[in-house]
Design a protein around this ligand. Structure first.
Ligand code: PGA
Length: 878
């Protein structure tokens, strides 16, 4: 890796610098022999990547201990290379910020007032989830972030850290700490751990960054913009397939979030008090500020002429009381005053606004106004709850719960035996009647009692932390109007009528049915009324499951089609639509640039409202530092504005032509994909032996079980291990399979080339190209050998499909090799490939030994380490 002068494909000086330091650490900590062996393996892999034949891999000489050490070394190198790359601005995003988007809109004749008006109706919300694809422990990420901070000092030419340590030594020490930190989790993760990790990002990054961004946006727009961009979370509320999420989890998640946000406000208010020493003897102070000062009960003689400080002491005391009430813990720095807690964030905001008004009357240039303005913004955005927490449960569970309620209430003895029309009719009757369907003290079954407890906890949470704490409940595997009505009933029983039920459509069939389901749903007068009062209705779209069901191209196209059709349904009903995109980091789960993805949304489907899941490794990548968070949040806001306000890039006539072509291509891709994955005898067995899917399930990276049921059918497997395991085996099948056959069979080549510039298809092809570049059929063939001779014909189809897909992509995009038009990404991937290959080869060996019954625990550990290392090197794991 490791010496700057040795064979290294990188032109990036940071990679060379960090790689050399890592080499030193390995030599120092692991010994000269390990260092030399690692260096040999690395340079042999580089040779092979350059086409030098016949080099020995050097892997055979590794015993188990050195295999583990070697794997860690390569993983750390990948982490450091990722860091260096992030510092250089990433590899493939043409994202712009809000100021540039405003300029672009202005050129198109769309002025700032129009933008501000759009924002007043807008909602953009990244929603953090705990989907288990982050393989790195938080301690590793924290070390990585410290190295990034030190690199900034180095950039500035600073020789010593503020603590007096030479900067290079400090970096080397952090790398040594990385080397000495166990990279695998020993204990399983609990929901509480996932909550804490998310809160750390929210507290350390979102809380300071978002209000500051608004200051910037207000200036760009020349007016105070509405709080259109806020944060959401699923952690502690998403119980679909995760029996560990229970009613207590909800209370725990919100309690901890509240502690974090109130702690932040307390510190900010305290700092304001130190600053605002304005004396009424030197400046006239308005009656409103005086009144707040009087009401504070702060009568300290030293402050009688300091009304702001007195008012702030009062606000601080009320915040302390709020902290005690909401968290059940003592205030971190208690107040001397006795005060009532704030009942709602709005009351806190109102007090802060009094101060701000007073100050702006006083002297426009008082610098604290900035801090105060940011604090007011923070209270608007984060309330007492920090992030809006969604509930999520599977429609089957809602169904069973409702069936039990209705049976016990004597309303419907066998709800589950009713057909859809019967269910809908019955549920509407129950909903129209004021008579409760739930008997409060009845002893329901464990599952039903658990569900009811969750809803009860949600109702309590909304009273405690404010209504914005929980605004939506999501229905996984939604497939009918009765699915929506069932949840509506459960919400009503708990007094949660104001919480929106949101259907999540996730298979190809459900996506196709979605427009009809929503037509029927919005056609119910009581529903339309509620949605109009709320101002919108949300629909969630599942990227991963539709991909697993129908393949990459069909999933993407049906998501597009469903969005368009849904937009028409909503327009007819006169109700604003809000789409919630359930995407992961890997292309097979809807990954790729968010900026491009938002811009590639069909015309008329964004309308200023968009929610997007952010999960796993994506969270640290996009929001791991203030700078990254600023760029990504700016990009999300800018893309939403452009997608909402710019006229469609496509003429309607072209749209229809392109759609016709896409229907044909998608049908062919679907056939090819389904033919392989679902209709090939023994495919399931092949997949299970060729990839490390079983071993991935043993990684302790999430609180939820790897599968919902005991079945080993692909249909029942969760999408994450499906995508994750194909990535490890370097096939990445969910990111491309079926596309080559479909494109090859499409006869109008000129039309296809014309369509390649359409942002929608361009985004599909760009993401697929990245996946093809990271996959490797030579390595994949070695994994396929794990499946024995029976698997050979299946693998032959995969290989052929891969080649066809690559050839078609090159032809359609007019390139002679992959990534010819994207040199930055090309260089990044080329740098990494030689480091991944030895990890793959080792993993295959370890899998063989593990599966043949060898029980040395270092083998299982080595497999897990190699999974981590490969995922880190590929960057998007699951
Ligand atoms: P889910 O998510 O399995 O929680 O529905 C799918 C995914 O994000 O891959």
């Amino acid at each position: 890796m490791m010496q700057p002068e040795s064979k290294n494909l990188s032109q990036n000086p940071d990679i060379r610098f960090l790689g050399a330091l890592l080499g030193e650490v390995i030599r120092d900590q692991g010994g000269e022999a390990l260092y030399r062996r690692t260096e040999y393996i690395r340079s042999a892999a580089v040779d092979r990547a350059r086409g030098v034949e016949g080099t020995d891999t050097g892997l055979d000489a590794l015993d188990l201990d050195s295999t583990l050490a070697f794997t860690r070394g390569f993983m750390l190198f990948s982490m450091l290379a990722n860091l260096a790359e992030d510092r250089a601005g990433g590899t493939n995003d043409n994202a712009i910020g809000v100021a540039d988007a405003l300029a672009r809109l202005e050129q198109g004749g769309i002025g700032r007032d129009k933008v501000a008006e759009t924002l007043s109706r807008a909602l953009i919300m990244p929603v953090l989830t705990a989907h288990p694809t982050e393989v790195r422990r938080k301690s590793m990420i924290d070390h990585r972030n410290r190295i990034a901070d030190l690199m900034l000092l180095r950039d500035a030419g600073t020789q010593e850290t503020p603590e007096g340590e030479p900067v290079t030594e400090a970096i080397a020490r952090q790398i040594a700490l990385l080397w000495l930190t166990r990279s695998l989790r020993r204990e399983r993760l609990y929901v509480a751990d996932e909550v804490d990790t998310a809160i750390a990002w929210l507290r350390d990054v979102f809380l300071p960054v978002l209000p500051a961004l608004y200051v910037h946006w207000d200036r760009a727009l020349g007016q105070r913009v509405a709080p259109f961009l806020r944060v959401g979370s699923w952690i502690g509320g998403d119980r679909d397939g995760n029996p560990n999420v229970v009613a207590e989890s909800l209370g725990m998640a919100l309690g901890r979030a509240s502690e974090a946000v109130l702690g932040h406000y307390l510190a900010e208010v305290d700092a304001l008090g130190a600053q605002l020493s304005v004396s009424s003897e030197l400046a006239a102070v308005g009656a409103d500020v005086q009144a707040l000062a009087e009401a504070s009960g702060d009568n300290a003689p030293s402050r009688t002429d300091e009304p702001y400080r007195r008012a702030i002491a009062g606000i601080y005391a009320r915040l302390c009381a709020t902290f005690v009430t909401l968290t059940g813990k003592p205030c971190p720095k208690p107040s001397r005053l006795v005060a009532e807690p704030y009942a709602k964030p709005e009351a806190l905001r109102a007090d802060l606004v009094v101060l701000a008004r007073g100050i702006s009357r006083q002297a426009k240039a008082l610098r604290t106004e900035g801090a105060l303005a940011r604090l007011i913004r923070a209270v608007e955005l984060f309330g007492f709850h920090l992030a809006s927490l969604d509930l999520r449960q599977n429609s089957d569970v809602h169904e069973r719960t409702v069936a039990e309620l209705l049976a016990v209430a004597g309303v419907e003895a066998d709800y589950l035996s009713l057909d859809e029309a019967g269910r809908t009719k019955r549920l509407r009757e129950v909903l129209a009647s004021p008579r409760p369907a739930m008997l409060p003290r009845h002893g329901y079954s464990e599952e039903t009692a658990g569900e009811l407890a969750i809803f009860a906890a949600a109702a309590t949470a909304r009273t405690q932390y404010g209504e914005r704490a929980i605004e939506r409940a999501i229905i996984s595997k939604a497939a009918s109007v009765s699915d929506l009505l069932e949840l509506t009933l459960l919400l009503r029983e708990a007094g949660l009528d104001a919480v929106t039920p949101v259907p999540l459509f996730e298979t190809i069939g459900d996506l196709d049915a979605a427009p009809n389901i929503m037509t029927e749903w919005l056609g119910l007068s009581e529903v339309a009324e509620a949605a109009k009062a709320r101002g919108h209705q949300e629909v969630m779209l599942g990227y991963s499951d539709s991909n697993k069901d129908g393949g990459y191209l069909t999933s993407t196209w049906r998501l597009y089609g469903a969005s368009l059709d849904l937009a028409a349904v909503f327009a007819d009903a006169g109700i604003a639509m809000q789409l919630f995109h359930g995407r992961g980091g890997a292309v097979g789960r809807g990954g790729g640039s968010s900026f491009a993805a938002i811009l590639a949304q069909p015309p008329g489907t964004v309308g200023g409202r968009i929610r997007i899941t952010e999960q796993g490794e994506v969270i640290a990548a996009k929001y791991g530092s203030a700078e990254a968070a600023r760029t990504n949040l700016e990009a999300m806001a800018a893309a939403t504005l452009l997608a909402t306000l710019e006229p469609p890039a496509l003429h309607a006539k072209d749209g229809a032509r392109f759609a016709g072509a896409m229907d044909t291509i998608s049908a062919a891709a679907f056939k090819a994909y389904r033919g392989l994955v679902y209709d090939t005898p023994n495919f399931r067995q092949f997949f299970r032996t060729m990839t490390p899917v079983a071993e991935i399930a043993t990684l302790k990276i999430g609180s939820r079980p790897a599968s919902r049921t005991k079945s080993d059918a692909i249909e029942d497997l969760r999408a994450i291990p499906w995508v994750f395991s194909w990535a490890q085996a370097r096939v990445m099948l969910p990111g491309w399979y079926g596309v080559g056959t479909a494109l090859a069979g499409f006869e109008d080549r000129a039309l296809l080339k014309e369509m390649a510039d359409w942002p929608f298809l361009a985004a599909i092809l760009a993401n697929m190209e990245q996946v093809l570049a990271k996959s490797d059929m030579g390595i994949a063939a070695r994994y396929a050998a794990l499946a024995g001779d029976d698997g050979a014909p299946i693998f032959a189809r995969i290989r052929e499909g891969w080649e066809r897909t690559r050839d078609q992509l090159l032809e359609v995009t007019g390139q002679s090799r992959l990534l010819e038009h994207n040199p930055a990404l090309d260089a990044s991937i080329r740098l990494r490939l030689p480091y991944i290959e030895p990890l793959n080869l080792l993993q295959i060996e370890l899998l063989k030994r593990h599966r043949s019954g060898e029980t040395d625990p270092r083998i299982a550990e080595g497999i897990q380490l190699s999974i981590n290392a490969i995922a880190t090197a590929l960057r998007n794991s699951g």
